[in-house]
Design a protein around this ligand. Structure first.
Ligand SMILES: Nc1nc2c(c(=O)[nH]1)N[C@H]1C(S)=C(S)[C@@H](COP(=O)(O)OP(=O)(O)OC[C@H]3O[C@@H](n4cnc5c(=O)[nH]c(N)nc54)[C@H](O)[C@@H]3O)O[C@H]1N2
Ligand SMILES: Nc1nc2c(c(=O)[nH]1)N[C@H]1C(S)=C(S)[C@@H](COP(=O)(O)OP(=O)(O)OC[C@H]3O[C@@H](n4cnc5c(=O)[nH]c(N)nc54)[C@H](O)[C@@H]3O)O[C@H]1N2
Ligand SMILES: [Mo]
Length: 765
């Protein structure tokens, strides 16, 4: 039977009704090892088996501000009682505080599957019941999503189909400069699933075709060895300064593409005055950039020369914008590409997110696949996704967001489903304090992870292996059937089943389910997809698809609206969807917002926390909390593959040998990583692949704090968000800035605390 996950498609081996193995599919050239490790987690001790209610909540203790969430015991109850509690609490909160008091933003990656998408199910359920406060943008790319429409126009994600695909890069490009690298660990993933991992082979083809790579990153292994990339270990968060130094060098030597800037861009003159220092007295030359970035003047000059004399492509990843002023490196990278001369030429110019997800750069697009029908949300309130703790702590406060003023709503009931805020949010002790504010937190989870332990009502949910569905990954033309390969653990139910039962109590079950069974929905969405295909394209009917497990949609080729080749050919006939119709090097609109942390053109702003900040005297190491190679975020941290990567049960932290030697740290030792926000344990790996002054601790170890909420209390498992700052990128995007955090590391010599991350809370019956 086929299995589809965000980390690829697999085959489930089922013997006498029992799932015994998950194996790679024969036709996947680079299957992810995360898949096989799912089997042991399916029945581990961390599964939520029955609905459970937090004891203090049940007893109606004072609910606001008291730090019981996260430390309390739970009482297991029947489904009937649990559904009554949730439906009555929804009614109470809605009637007392209004519909905007219900938070349904519920950010998170959930699982593959077009029908059983928990956020779609939750939001359909909440919208039919009166509405909810939503969240906007993503933790992945909030800064990019807000800045790019100002600069190149179009929908936030439209760049994905407007940038070169690997085939064009291999065919035409001579030079790739990758800011943040292009790590294959990340291309294991594709949102919604994928049939075949292709990024590794495409990168190989590019190298074989002679493309030269530069990996601009604090970490050498962000480029695969076979790329022979030149490593430029840049001081974290200084990419904008590096790009400005390159741009200045191009400008003063007259190497830049003046014709493209004149015809297809607007505002270069004002930006040039910033580069030369005419507008602010600071010359952004190579020497200036070298002092900030640690990249030598010679290298900067060399890059400026190569980028303009060769067919070049500037790549940016997503991590560089999950940082203080994260809008700037994205904006500046577009400007640098426009100056370099390859914008709009095949395989050249600019692109984002290569290798952050497998399908990016593999195929430009595919037809839409039907999903759970959205219901208009009667509530207009939303928050920028990463402002959840601010909202809980400061209802009524107003904040800036992309030229608007938003008033943070008062949230009384938080409903989370398909995400793990106690993994993904920054400064988890602050989140813990904020999390005590609402009256009620409802969570659907399959495992007792940190978010489940911090809830009031936990409803056990079936995993993607325990229900029928089909997968259609982002930009991937392959559809994969997802038949149930095992029965739900304990009393777990699907999210849809839970919402249907709640809707029944609330009087709108038929509107919610449209009187379809789950399998009828799956069939319906597939058939709708089939019917939506234009002439000439065809999918087999549902029964054939279900039997054969896969089907293929056509690949769509451009040109797509906003295409840079069309812009270069004739900017008047093919304008971009920006106010000027051109690439906005200067944005009158952003300038008019008057923000002190996002000006009218790309600007170097010093991050609050970076290696040249004053705070680095106390905390001299820059923490890179990148995506884990061994799992997807926090998912399957309890799976076999992630568990095998731990050191004495703790998350590995990679430290440069010099920094380790200065602290007496040896390979395999347990260390304490700390700053004023918190501390955690991790297992040391010494390496020269991480530049001195930087440590790398991936995200996703289930948070295991000794005393949640109290700063300084230690997480024994190694979740970096105990250390990161909950500080918005800027007033423009309000995005998360996880990659701007300073820390220090020391040997931990006290007795090791037990890892309780995978142990359920105390459960009473
Ligand atoms: N420090 C730091 N923090 C970061 C980042 C970083 O780089 N550094 N990266 C950020 C980024 S890019 C992202 S995208 C976020 C990711 O943050 P999340 O998307 O919140 O992380 P996941 O671990 O994928 O959480 C998904 C949760 O949904 C549950 N789940 C899966 N399927 C289902 C289902 O069908 N129903 C229900 N009810 N639950 C389900 C899983 O068990 C899991 O607990 O993290 C962000 N946080
Ligand atoms: N295996 C695996 N793959 C994943 C995910 C996962 O959880 N696991 N998550 C997926 C998701 S949701 C997303 S959004 C993408 C994220 O894709 P990215 O954001 O691109 O991925 P990261 O691993 O966070 O960061 C990649 C590298 O950027 C470098 N970097 C960090 N800060 C800086 C900086 O200031 N300057 C420069 N030049 N480099 C810097 C780090 O060395 C880091 O290894 O990955 C996806 N792929
Ligand atoms: Mo992400």
């Amino acid at each position: 039977m086929s299995v589809a996950t965000h980390w690829g498609s697999f085959v489930a081996v089922v013997e006498s009704g029992r799932l015994v193995r998950i194996e790679p599919r024969g036709d996947d050239p680079a299957p992810s090892p995360i898949g096989p490790g799912m089997v042991t987690a399916a029945d581990d001790g961390a599964r939520v088996l029955r609905p459970a209610v937090r004891k203090g909540w049940m007893e109606g203790l004072p609910r606001t501000g008291e730090a019981a969430r996260g430390t309390d015991a739970f009482v297991e109850v029947s489904w009937d009682d649990a559904l009554t509690l949730v439906s009555e609490e929804l009614l109470r909160v809605r009637s007392r505080y209004g519909d905007s008091a219900v938070f349904g933003g519920s950010y998170g990656w959930a699982s593959a599957g077009m029908f059983h998408n928990p956020q779609s199910q939750l939001q359909r359920f909440l919208a039919l019941g009166g509405g909810y406060t939503d969240s906007r943008n993503t933790y992945s790319t909030a800064a990019l999503e807000v800045i790019l429409p100002h600069v190149i126009g179009g929908a936030p994600w439209s760049y994905q189909s407007r940038m070169p695909v690997w085939e064009e890069i291999a065919g035409h490009c001579e030079l790739v400069v990758a800011f943040g690298g292009l790590a294959l660990k990340n291309s294991q993933i594709n949102p919604g699933g994928l049939a075949r991992h292709q990024t590794r082979d495409w990168q190989r083809k590019c190298r074989e075709a002679g493309v030269r790579f530069f990996n601009v990153s604090p970490i050498r292994s962000d480029a695969a060895g076979f790329l022979d990339a030149q490593w430029l270990p840049v001081v974290p968060n200084t990419d904008t300064a590096l790009m400005l130094g390159i741009a200045h060098t191009m400008l003063v030597n007259g190497w830049h593409d003046q014709d493209f800037l004149d015809r297809c861009c607007t505002g270069f003159d004002r930006f040039a005055a910033y580069l030369t220092g005419e507008s602010d007295g600071i010359v952004k030359d190579a020497d200036w950039a070298a002092r900030i970035t640690g990249i030598s003047r010679g290298t900067i000059t060399d890059l400026a020369r190569r980028l303009t004399s060769q067919h070049s492509l500037i790549m940016v990843n997503y991590a560089i914008q999950r940082a203080d002023h994260g809008e700037q490196p994205i904006w500046m990278s577009v400007v640098l590409a426009a100056m370099a001369g390859s914008m709009g030429r095949p395989g050249g110019g600019w692109g984002a997110g290569y290798a952050t997800m497998d399908a990016t750069g593999v195929a430009p697009g595919r037809p839409a696949v039907a999903s759970v029908p959205r219901v208009d949300n009667p509530v207009a309130d939303f928050i920028p996704v990463a402002r959840i703790a601010d909202t809980l702590l400061h209802p009524g406060r107003s904040i800036d967001y992309d030229g608007r003023r938003l008033t943070l709503p008062e949230l009384r009931l938080v409903y989370w489903c398909g995400g793990n805020p106690f993994h993904h949010h920054q400064d988890l002790h602050r989140l813990t304090r904020a999390w005590q504010m609402p009256d009620t937190v409802v969570v659907h989870e399959a495992w007792w992870n940190t978010t489940a332990k911090f809830a009031d009502i936990v409803l056990p949910v079936a995993t993607s292996l325990e229900r029928d569905d089909f997968a259609a990954g982002f930009s991937d033309p392959h559809l994969t059937a997802m038949p149930k390969v095992r029965e739900p653990a304990g009393q777990a139910r699907t999210d849809h089943h839970i919402f249907a039962a709640l809707a029944d109590r609330l009087g709108y079950e038929r509107e919610f389910t449209r009187s379809r069974t789950e399998m009828e929905w799956v069939r319906h969405l597939y058939e709708q997809t089939r019917a939506g295909l234009g002439d000439g394209a065809a999918l087999p009917d549902f029964d054939v698809f279900w039997r054969e497990s896969t089907a293929e949609l056509p690949v769509l080729n451009g040109p797509f609206p906003g295409d840079f080749a069309a812009l270069r050919a004739d900017p008047r006939r093919s304008p971009l969807a920006t106010p000027s119709g051109r690439i906005e090097i200067f944005s009158e609109e952003i300038d008019s917002f008057g923000y002190d942390d996002c000006a009218g053109h790309p600007t170097w702003f010093e991050p609050v926390e970076w290696l040249h900040a004053e705070a680095s005297q106390r905390f001299p190491l820059h923490l890179i909390s990148n995506q884990p190679a061994s799992r997807l975020h926090s998912q399957y941290d309890n799976g076999g593959h992630s568990l095998s990567s731990k050191i004495h049960g703790r998350e590995p932290v990679t430290i440069n040998r010099l920094d380790a030697a200065a602290r007496g740290i040896e390979d395999g030792m347990i260390v304490r990583v700390h700053n004023d926000r918190g501390s955690c344990l991790a297992g040391a790996i010494l390496s020269d692949d991480v530049m001195p002054g930087v440590i790398q601790l991936s995200t996703g170890a289930w948070w295991d704090p000794a005393q949640p909420g109290q700063s300084g209390t230690m997480d024994g498992h190694g979740n970096p968000n105990t250390l990161t700052a909950d500080r918005p990128c800027s007033r423009l995007s309000q995005g998360p800035s996880a990659h701007s955090a300073l820390v220090d590391v020391e040997i931990y010599s006290d007795p090791l605390p037990q890892v309780r991350a995978f142990t359920p809370p105390h459960l009473e019956h």
